[in-house]
Every structure is written in C-alpha cells, then in structure tokens.
Design a protein around this ligand. Structure first.
Ligand code: LMR
Length: 397
C-alpha cells in the first residue's frame, strides 16, 4: 500500500529542535522554535492561565462535546482582543481553531472552495509553514518582495510595486505584527497605503496575527489591521493564543472572518464549520475555555495584560543586551537593528555553512539563514551568543 511514499521533508524549525535535544553540551543555546523563556529558561504558564484552569477544574461538570462552533463566548471575546473597540457587527464572525495554523489551513480551504486555485501573495521571506499549508489547501502561490537581509531593511517600494499587480480574486497575506522571521514590521502609514490599494484593486487581505502584544503592545500591534478592518468590505485574520496566552500546546486560535454583509460572513462561517466536522469532527474545548475565563473576568484580564507586557519588555531587553554586546565586541553599529526590530525573531541572513558552524562549534542553534528566537535568550547568554556570532561572521574587532 505505502511503497510509493517518499520520506518526508523535515520542517526546518522542527529539525533544529530535534538536533538541539540530541546535543549533550551543557552550554548549548536554543534560539530555534518560537517560544518565550523566562530567566530560568522555562516557558512559563501565565498566572492568569493557571487561575483560569483552577476555576475550570472546580467548576466543570461535564466533558460532553461542545457545539460545532466551539466556545461561543471565546469566539466573541477574542474579537475584542484583536479589534479593541471596533465593532463590525454581524459582518464579522470568529471561530475557534487549532492554533493560528488551524485558522490558516481552514481559511485556505475556504478560499479554495470559493475560488479554486486562487493566487495568494506571500511576503518574501515568510514563516516556512505558510506556503505548504496554503498550497495543500489548493491555492497557488506568488511571492512579493518584503525584506533585504543585507541592509536589514524593508523593501517597501518593491513590495508596493509587486502588489500593484494583485487584483480582484487574489489574496495578499500580511503579518499583523512581529514579522516572522525578520522582526521588521510595516508602519501605520504602510497599512493605510495597503488599505487604499486593496480598496482600489479589490484584492483580499489575509492577516496572520500570531504575536499580538510582543511588538509594541497589545493595542499598538493591532493598529494596522484595525485600520484595514474598518475600511475594507472583506478581510480574513488568523489569530493565535499560543504566544500571548502561553497556550502553545493547547492549540487555540481563531479564524476571524469579515464579509461584505451578514449573509456572506455566515456562509463563510458555515463552510469552516463543515470543514472542521470533516477534519476533526468536534472542536477541542480546553484552550478556548481558558481564554474565555480570562477575558470574561476584569481582574484576570488585567493580570494577563500585565504578563503579556512583561514578556514584551523581557524580549526587548534581550534584544538590547545582544545589540549592546555586538556593538562593543565588534566596535560597530551594524547589529543595532536587533534592538530596533520587533517580536520574537530577527534573522541575520547568513549562510547554511555559518549556521552549521554556530551549531557544531558553538552549540548555538538558529533556524534557516540565521533566524534567532530572541524570546528564548537569557541576559547571561547575550555575551557568548555575540561572541559566537562574530566568530562565524568574521566580524570581531
Ligand atoms: C515558529 O516560527 O518558530 C513558531 O511559529 C512555531 C512554529 O510552529 O513554527
């Protein structure tokens, strides 16, 4: 039966995780997969999550199925995190999904059901799972220029020129904030310009919002997409609670649908529900219930917001510490971009050989062409990391 199956291609991020786990060196440093780590190297469960889980443990009386749309209160509450005060009424629906990735896959299937093989424009570079997920859903892919590693800057004019060709029936994927893998975000004025282009040309923005709160803060990180949502007739958002709620393994996110009218939104939602039925029969409950508990209690929500802010500040501190070390050891400002970029990741744009050398000779684990998860860096690791990076990049003073 299975003779024709070829060995799978390992995901580049998960492959690094496997190599790191096998490494016996005590000083090894994992800057691979995007998880936040505290000062002791642990990925903590936020206090608000623990408190919500305790309540669930005490109050839950049944494990019977939840309905096909999952937790309805969660579906409403997550819209408030993403949109703030912006109320789009019944043109907007939200549906719980298995992480943000589940939303990307489901909405990809919905797009393909409605416009088979439609073209999706992805930023170059983007999260390595975007292309295979959307291609597997049946969509065709195109790349628009986004970032230049050599100058560590956005390719804004090239991006706008490429997207001038995106028309009606095409989809443009944008990172809501904390671009993965570059940490380089669009400014609000760029979101305004893209909104005007979408209105004039008719393309559909698809926003991947996986790191809300880790860039400039929970509200500022959503400012661009909120502007878009308040001006455009149609838009899709995949939201994730993995990072900002620390619920990585519980797999909770949301597909947020904005349609031209209530009937169109309702049809989109129905399609997602029927695909969920085919894929997993019934949605899981735990992650959605935890987030619902937090967002339905003023004190718990406040505690959660403070914890997100603390994580954001720690990441910013790690960025600054590494940039400072690199500046003093290399006697140059060429790495200052690390302190200026946002969210978990920055990418050095180095060769596969240099990444392998960092791993083999310095026990430093990076992804792809030098993507570093700065949310996994402790203060005391900034100096050995800077030394390792400069050694392989031949940039030591
Ligand atoms: C990452 O890019 O490291 C995270 O989004 C985790 C993942 O699943 O790839």
């Amino acid at each position: 039966m299975f003779e024709s199956l070829k060995p799978g291609t390992p995901d580049p991020i998960l492959a690094v995780l496997g190599l790191y786990r096998d490494d016996q060196r005590p000083h090894k440093l994992d800057l691979g997969i995007g998880v936040f780590k505290d000062h002791s190297g642990n990925t903590p469960i936020p206090k608000a999550v623990k408190a919500a889980e305790r309540r669930l443990l005490e109050q839950q009386t049944s494990k019977a199925y939840v309905g096909m749309a999952g937790d309805l209160a969660y579906n409403e509450a997550i819209k408030r995190v993403v949109f703030g005060d912006l109320d789009l009424g019944d043109r907007c629906a939200s549906l719980q999904t298995a992480g943000g990735s589940g939303a990307i896959r489901l909405m990809g299937e919905m797009l393909n059901a409605s416009a088979p093989g439609a073209r999706v424009w992805l930023p170059g570079p983007t999260w390595p799972n975007h292309a295979p997920t959307l291609a597997t859903a049946g969509l065709s892919l195109e790349t628009y220029p986004y970032f230049d590693f050599g100058s560590q800057s956005l390719l804004k004019e090239q991006m706008f020129a490429a997207l001038a060709k995106a028309g009606k029936g095409e989809i443009v994927l944008l990172h809501g904030c904390c671009h993965n893998p570059t940490g380089a975000d669009l400014e609000l004025e760029d979101w305004h310009r893209l909104t005007d282009m979408a209105l004039a040309q008719g393309f559909l923005p698809f926003i991947d919002l996986a790191y809300q709160g880790f860039g400039l803060g929970l509200e500022a990180d959503a400012a661009g997409l909120r502007h878009m949502a308040s001006h455009l007739p149609e838009m899709l958002i995949s939201a994730s609670c993995s990072k900002n709620f620390g619920l990585y393994r519980d797999r909770i996110g949301a597909a947020i649908l904005i349609g031209a009218n209530a009937a169109s939104t309702s049809a989109m939602r129905d399609l997602l529900i029927s695909r969920t039925r085919l894929a997993v029969s019934m949605p899981p409950a735990h992650g959605a219930e935890v987030v619902r508990e937090i967002l339905s209690d003023v004190a718990l929500e406040q505690s959660w917001r403070e914890e997100v802010e603390a994580m954001r500040l720690q990441i910013q501190g790690a960025r600054q510490a590494l940039a400072d070390q690199l500046r003093s050891l290399s006697n140059s400002d060429r790495f200052d971009f690390i302190a200026q970029q946002r969210g978990m990741f920055s990418t050095l744009g180095i060769s596969a050989e240099q990444v392998a050398c960092l791993r083999d000779e310095h026990a430093i684990y990076l992804v792809g062409n030098g993507r570093m998860n700065l949310a996994g860096l402790r203060a005391d690791q900034a100096e050995p990391l800077a030394r390792g990076l400069l050694a392989v990049m031949n940039a030591e003073d």
